[in-house]
Design a protein around this ligand. Structure first.
Ligand code: THU
Length: 133
């Protein structure tokens, strides 16, 4: 594992403590590394109106875009359970929006990568609308 991925796991693990998940009690954190090598973290944020929960991946993407960046080089996702947490369908489409075919999504525990996948493996035949044609 390279030092950048080690740092991303460490950042995500620290952020896990900030997950707001009193309803599911399932904390998730995500750390994005952009093409400019900047890191952005996010956690899941739940709501008493259950359907309004925001996933960790979506939080991290919002932080990245809010900071003026739009290209994900790699991403770490980890859950408080320490077992593999795979992004939900909605998050896969959001990750796709800001990914390239080389973007790697690392599903991790606090110590290591459990699986690494491309967005095409996570979301084959993704929906893409070309506004320019
Ligand atoms: N969750 C995430 O944050 N990311 C995932 O990849 C899967 C699920 C959150 C949503 C909800 O707050 C909790 O995990 C249980 O579904």
């Amino acid at each position: 594992m390279d030092s950048q991925t080690t740092k991303m796991i460490s950042n995500a693990y620290q952020a896990l403590a900030h997950s707001y998940s009193p309803y599911s009690k399932f904390s998730v954190a995500c750390c994005i590394c952009t093409d400019k090598d900047n890191l952005y973290t996010g956690v899941n944020v739940e709501n008493s109106s259950y359907g309004l929960a925001v996933c960790a991946e979506t939080s991290a993407i919002s932080a990245m875009v809010s900071a003026g960046e739009q290209r994900i080089k790699s991403m770490v996702v980890l859950a408080g359970t320490n077992s593999l947490c795979s992004p939900c369908g909605a998050c896969r489409q959001r990750i796709y929006e800001f990914s390239t075919p080389d973007t790697l999504i690392h599903l991790c525990n606090k110590d290591s990568i459990l699986r690494s996948l491309t967005i095409n493996e996570l979301l084959p035949l993704a929906f893409k609308f070309d506004f320019n044609s």
